[in-house]
Design a protein around this ligand. Structure first.
Ligand SMILES: NC(=O)c1ccc[n+]([C@@H]2O[C@H](COP(=O)([O-])OP(=O)(O)OC[C@H]3O[C@@H](n4cnc5c(N)ncnc54)[C@H](OP(=O)(O)O)[C@@H]3O)[C@@H](O)[C@H]2O)c1
Length: 269
C-alpha cells in the first residue's frame, strides 16, 4: 500500500534499524506506532522524530519474550487501527555454536522467532477484518544462508522465513499480505566488535541502516513477497537455495575468521 495509507505498528523501533525505518515511514506520510521495551527510550524517540511526525507517531511498550505483553501490544495495535505490522525487533547471537550459553539461545529464538509469531497470531483477527493489510518481517540474509558462527541466529531467521512463507501461502487471496525482507550485515550496535572483525576478514559488506529503511518503504509500497538486500548476497541466496552442498566449500575463510574473532568475544549470557 502507499505509505500515506499505512498505519504501521513497528517493533524494534528504538533499534539501529528501527529508528531510521520509523523516520523514513513518517517522512513518506505513514503513521507509526513505535514499540520497544523502554518507555523512556520510546518517548525520547518520539520526541526526536517530532520534526517529521506531524502528530502521526505514538508509542507502546512491550517485551516480545513475554506472551502477556505481546497480547497487550496486539490489543493496543488493533485499537490504534494498525494496518501494517513491521517486525524489526531482534536479538543477536554470534560465536562458535558450542559456546553460546543456553539462555542466549533461548533469547534469540524467543525474540526473533516466537515473539514475531505470537504477535502476528494475536494481530491476525484484526488484520483480516481490514480491506487490506500487511505483515513485514525483517529477517536477514542469514535466514537463507547459514554462515559459520551464526547457528542459533540462523535457526531463528530461517525459522522466521519459513513462518512467513507458509503464512503468505495460507492467507493468499485474502486481505493480509505477508512479506519477508532480508537485510545483509548493517552498521548498528547489534553487531559486536567480534562480528565487525569477522566481516572485515571475510570481506562481508556492511550497509548503512538508512539503506534498510529505504528497503522497508519499498516493500511496503510494492508488496514484494520476499527481498534480500545487497549484491552478491542476493545471488548467494539463490545459489544456496539451489546447491547448498556446493557452496559448503567456500566457507573456510569464515571458519578462520570465526576462530580469530572468538578471542575477542564478550561473555554471553
Ligand atoms: N544489524 C544487522 O547487521 C542486521 C542484519 C540483518 C538483519 N537484522 C535484523 O534487523 C532487526 C533490527 O536489528 P538492529 O540492527 O536494529 O538491532 P538493534 O540496534 O540491536 O535493536 C534491536 C531492537 O530490538 C528491540 N528488542 C530486543 N529485544 C526485545 C524484546 N524482548 N522485546 C521487544 N523489543 C526488543 C530493541 O528494543 P529495546 O532494547 O529498546 O527494548 C531494539 O529496538 C533485527 O531483527 C535483526 O535481526 C539486523
Amino acid at each position: 500500500m502507499k505509505a500515506g495509507e499505512a498505519r504501521v505498528l513497528l517493533t524494534g523501533a528504538t533499534g539501529g534499524i528501527g529508528r531510521p525505518v520509523a523516520a523514513r515511514l513518517l517522512q513518506a506520510g505513514a503513521r507509526v506506532l513505535l514499540a520497544g521495551r523502554s518507555p523512556a527510550r520510546l518517548a525520547a524517540l518520539a520526541r526526536d522524530l517530532e520534526p517529521t511526525q506531524a502528530g502521526r507517531c505514538d508509542w507502546h511498550e512491550a517485551d516480545l519474550v513475554e506472551p502477556a505483553s505481546i497480547e497487550t501490544l496486539a490489543r493496543a495495535g488493533a485499537q490504534w487501527r494498525c494496518n501494517v505490522v513491521v517486525h524489526a525487533a531482534g536479538a543477536p547471537a554470534f560465536g562458535p555454536a558450542g559456546s553460546i550459553p543456553v539462555p542466549a539461545i533461548q533469547r534469540v529464538l524467543d525474540t526473533n522467532l516466537l515473539g514475531p509469531m505470537l504477535l502476528t497470531q494475536a494481530m491476525l483477527p484484526h488484520l483480516a477484518r481490514l480491506a487490506r493489510s500487511q505483515v513485514i518481517f525483517i529477517g536477514s540474509v542469514l535466514g537463507a544462508i547459514g554462515l559459520p558462527g551464526y547457528a542459533a541466529y540462523c535457526a531463528s531467521k530461517f525459522g522466521l522465513r519459513g513462518y512467513a512463507q507458509s503464512l503468505r501461502r495460507e492467507l493468499g487471496g485474502g486481505p493480509v499480505r505477508v512479506q519477508y525482507l532480508g537485510p545483509r550485515s548493517t552498521r548498528t550496535a547489534f553487531n559486536a566488535a567480534a562480528v565487525e572483525a569477522y566481516n572485515r576478514a571475510t570481506g562481508t559488506a556492511m550497509d548503512d541502516p538508512a539503506r534498510v529503511a529505504d528497503e522497508v518503504l519499498r516493500v511496503l509500497e510494492d508488496e514484494a513477497a520476499e527481498r534480500f538486500v545487497g549484491f552478491p548476497e542476493r545471488l548467494g541466496v539463490r545459489l544456496n537455495g539451489a546447491v547448498p552442498g556446493w557452496l559448503d566449500r567456500s566457507f573456510a575463510p569464515h571458519r578462520r575468521a570465526l576462530a580469530d574473532s572468538s578471542a575477542h568475544l564478550p561473555q554471553q549470557g
